[in-house]
Write a protein that binds this ligand. Structure first.
Ligand code: PEP
Ligand code: MG
Length: 899
């Protein structure tokens, strides 16, 4: 660990390269050693050695045979071991001054609990005796010895942990005590003897122990749970793990000894100050496994004030060195504090945002770094549901708050209780919402945890496996709910007399630790006035790309603006017609036999649209509001052919059995209406509606619809202006494929606008633009630009028409297989396809560049996708437009693209 300078010089690379070679843990142990932080001496076997050993095998089945460690690696291990012995004046395997070591995995990226560790290596009957002579503490030595055999047995020899746990629990019962710590030295000697019988292959040669342990850690890189974790976390599979061999220090040497884990700031909220747990007279795994009730780290300040102050001081130094919140492990051996590990701490989205902002305000990082630190996915968390206050209060009043545990990963989760991870995975794949309930979680449960809405455990603390994994993946979680007893065999949980069966609904609040029976209402949090708004305001300082919202109703527009949207990039006006009070009017319009009749129906719709538009202009006062003319084919506003046929058959059957004239009358009217509708549906029926009478084609075919919409837009704009507002109306023509279409539509739009302005005696600047949604529109963009003031890329349709695959069907059909088998490397409906769709968008941008002030935005779903936002930034688009809830994500992603 004290050769970091040499490693850096030899490698000649960055800190990232150092971590790649030594693993995160090894690099940090070396760095702490360089910072003069007390670290037990030891050495790191590199990831390169691991890869050499695994020799490129990346599957569990093809793992190399034990005992095949290359000789030169082992020789270097021995050399480094000599140096460690020298530092401590102890000798590995020597009964008089025995050195014991730990052997821990440490990959480049932290994978908590996914790989293996063996402690107390070097103990056998002889060294145990020597250690007893030196320490005079037989209890401690046999406790360490039994831990070695147990860990070696499970990790290296692959024996089941229960075999060992059963022996321990029998010993506790015989002695009549509750914890292992209360067993006597003689009891533990008996336990060791039994363990040796259970694990007869346990090597008594310390060197054999060390070699086998290192190889086992190497192999654990390719264990199933490690592979699953990497796949879920997006970590490459070819990095390998380093192995850290380090002199043991003991937290179980009596009441002046302790061991603990802590975050330098709260991993849940980001609040400053140490947060963690410790145990007196214990070894590390006792703290993380949750088997003994831990004490909060603050109480260390009462028991060992000097050491607590030292710990706080070291925490500060580590944060200053790493410029981030740290997750530390320490051990106090007989009054001396040792740091065993430091790494960047896992945190919730809430904590990530607060820590980034606080660190910038404290001068530890720049604002730009703070903006880079938080991922768009973490921002997305704020947009996830939380329990509604009313639902919570009602549930409490009704006695449905059944238990409370530790609030380790915020957010509300509502789902049906499931007790095993495989079932959880299966049900979730069927689209069911589930909550995974376990006594505690282990790495083998990760697939079920990922599939669950939320996680509930009865044991474990803030740093337990369940808490860490939940936080990393943004899953709401409540752990350590001690009032809850899980009966895995009976598939039920008990809280006192209350039984919760598999399939019962529960609601969790990972922010308060509360567990409720039943399905509680949730809401999406308000993000204003918080650390998040500070971070986003910093993001705004860096981004070049504008962020607008796709908003159809005034309330959406208000929410979008509160989230930071700089205008409306797309109002899909047809959505306004789908409202229940408007649909009949729309249907009346579609059913009209003549233009006059149609105009009458449109006259009724017009004031409704006008008032919606006025709401949009008000909400976005001073900002652009792009209103798109009606786009989908008209049959979408009518019932389907099947539905109508069914209704007609049903009416006919009822007619044949009708009892009164009134009833017959009513049924006949209904029947005639449905038959008329059916006729119209048939007339409007198209083989390929997506390529049919929609978009600008519809507007040109029924210019009266176009006129009505344009009139509503400009009358609303005049209303807004007269009320002292500053409306910026922009009219957008959908699905244009030809300059002639656009020219024709524009003539109607300009004429109608002029008519409204003349009637109202006012005038204002406005723009008319078109969507670019087909390859032809992109290819002829220079011609379209001659008739347009702006372009907006409808990337949903442009992807559909460029690939020639249906946006409504592909993602539930062959595309799923394409993505699974790697035929496509990404879903083009999620992220812009740079080669095809992107090339077409570039044509539109080139055409726009020839005109001063000509803006080009993207308003399909891609506008809210961080990867696509990066692409849009690089390709010089003016803005992206996305749903109001995605606006904060887009602001951050746009800033990160620019940084
Ligand atoms: C698009 O096609 O990308 C678009 C924004 O329009 P819509 O989704 O309404 O077809
Ligand atoms: Mg479209």
């Amino acid at each position: 660990f004290d050769e970091l300078d040499t490693v850096e010089q030899t490698l000649g690379g960055t800190w990232d390269d150092v971590r790649g070679l030594l693993g995160g843990k090894g690099a940090n142990l070396a760095e702490m050693t360089r910072l003069d932080i007390p670290v037990p001496p030891g050495f790191t076997v590199t990831t390169q050695a691991c890869l050499r050993y695994l020799d490129g095998d990346n599957t569990v089945d093809q793992a190399p045979a034990p005992g095949s460690m290359p000789a030169e690696i082992w020789d270097q291990v021995l050399e480094a071991l000599r140096a460690t012995e020298h530092k401590l004046g102890k000798v590995f395997g020597d009964p008089t001054t025995p050195l014991l070591v730990s052997c821990r995995s440490g990959a480049k990226f932290s994978m908590p609990g996914m790989m293996d560790t063996v402690l107390n290596i070097g103990l056998n009957d002889d060294t145990a005796k020597g250690l007893i002579d030196r320490s005079g503490d037989e209890h401690f030595v046999y406790d360490s010895y039994r831990r070695l055999i147990q860990m070696f047995g499970t990790v290296v020899l692959g024996l089941r942990d229960e075999l060992f746990e059963n022996v321990l629990s029998a010993a506790r019962t015989t002695r009549g005590v509750a914890s292992d710590a209360e067993l006597t030295a003689a009891d533990l000697r008996g336990v060791v003897a039994r363990f040796r019988e259970i694990a007869p292959q346990f090597p008594t040669d310390p060197y054999e122990q060390l070699r086998m342990a290192i190889e086992a850690v190497f192999r654990s890189w390719n264990g199933r749970r490690a592979i699953d974790y990497r796949t879920a976390a997006g970590i490459a599979h070819d990095l390998g793990t380093a192995v850290n061999v380090q002199a043991m220090v003991f937290g179980n040497l009596g009441e002046q000894s302790a061991t603990g884990v802590a975050m330098t700031r709260s991993g849940a909220t980001g609040a400053p100050g140490l947060e963690g747990d410790f145990l007196l007279n214990a070894q590390g795994e006792d703290v993380v496994s949750g088997t003994r009730a831990t004490l909060p780290i603050q109480s260390l300040g009462k028991v060992m004030p000097r050491l607590y102050a030292e710990l706080q001081e070291m925490a500060g130094r580590l944060e200053a060195r790493y410029h981030d919140m740290q997750d530390i492990e320490f051990t106090i051996e007989d009054g001396t504090l040792w740091m065993l590990q430091t790494r960047d701490g896992k945190r919730t989205a809430t904590a990530a945002v607060r820590i980034a902002v606080d660190l910038a305000n404290e001068g530890l990082i720049t604002r730009a770094t703070a903006v880079r630190r938080v991922s768009p996915a973490q921002i997305d968390f704020f947009l996830h549901p939380q329990l509604s206050a009313v639902a919570r209060a009602t549930a409490i009043e009704e006695g449905r708050l059944v238990a409370t545990g530790l609030n380790v990963s915020p957010g509300a989760a509502v789902g049906a209780v499931v007790f095993d991870p495989d079932t959880a995975q299966r049900l979730a794949a069927d689209g069911r919402k589930i909550i995974l309930v376990r006594p505690e979680t282990k790495p083998d449960d990760v697939h079920g945890m990922l599939a669950a809405q939320g996680i509930l455990t009865t044991r474990g603390g803030r740093t337990s496996h369940a808490a860490l994994v939940a936080r990393q993946f943004g899953k709401p979680a409540v752990v350590g709910v001690s009032a809850l007893e899980v009966d895995l065999v009976g598939h039920r949980a008990l809280v006192g007399d209350l039984e919760i069966a598999e399939g019962d609904w529960v609601s969790l609040d990972g922010g308060t630790g509360q567990v409720f029976l039943g399905q509680l209402d949730t809401f999406v949090p308000d993000i204003s006035d918080s650390w998040l708004s500070t971070l986003l305001s910093w993001a705004d300082d860096y981004r070049r790309l504008g962020v607008r919202a796709n908003a159809d109703y005034p309330v959406d527009a208000q929410r979008a603006r509160a989230n930071g949207a700089e205008g409306i990039g797309l109002c899909r006006t047809e959505h306004m017609f789908f409202a229940t009070d408007r649909l009949p009017l729309m249907q009346k319009m579609i059913m009209s036999g003549s233009t006059t009749e149609r105009r009458e129906a449109l006259d009724e719709l017009q004031p409704l649209q006008r008032s919606d538009f006025l709401g949009l202009f008000r909400a976005m006062d001073g900002l652009p509001v792009i209103i798109r003319l009606v786009d989908p084919p008209l049959h979408e506003f009518l019932p389907t052919f099947e539905e109508l046929s069914h209704r007609i058959t049903d009416a006919k059957i009822r007619l044949s059995a009708a009892a009164s004239l009134d009833e017959i009358d009513g049924l006949l009217t209904r029947l005639r209406h449905d038959e008329d509708l059916l006729g119209r549906v048939e007339a409007l029926r198209e083989s390929n509606p997506m390529l049919g009478l929609r978009g600008v084609r519809l507007a040109l075919r029924y210019p009266e619809i176009l006129q009505m919409q344009v009139r509503a837009i400009f009358e609303a704009a005049c209303d807004a202006l007269e009320a002292g507002g500053d409306p910026h109306p922009e009219v957008m023509v959908p699905l244009t494929t030809d300059a002639g279409e656009l020219a024709a539509a524009r003539t109607v739009i300009d004429a109608e606008a002029a008519a409204v302005f003349a009637e109202r005696g006012v005038s204002m600047p406005y723009q008319v633009g078109t969507m670019v949604e087909t390859p032809r529109a992109a290819l002829t963009a220079p011609k379209l630009a001659a008739h347009a003031d702006f372009f907006s890329v409808g990337s949903n349709d442009l992807t559909q028409t460029t690939y020639g695959l249906s946006r409504d069907d592909a993602e539930t059909s062959f595309l799923v297989d394409y993505l699974r088998t790697g035929v496509y490397d990404h879903d083009p409906f999620t992220s812009i396809d740079p080669e095809g769709v992107g090339a077409l968008i570039d044509l539109a941008i080139d055409a726009a560049d020839l005109h001063e002030g000509f803006e080009v935005g993207v308003c399909g779903e891609h506008g809210g996708d961080p990867t696509s936002i990066g692409w849009c930034h690089e390709h010089g688009l003016t803005y992206v437009s996305c749903s109001p809830l995605r606006v904060p994500v887009a602001r951050l992603a746009a800033a990160q693209a620019a940084l």
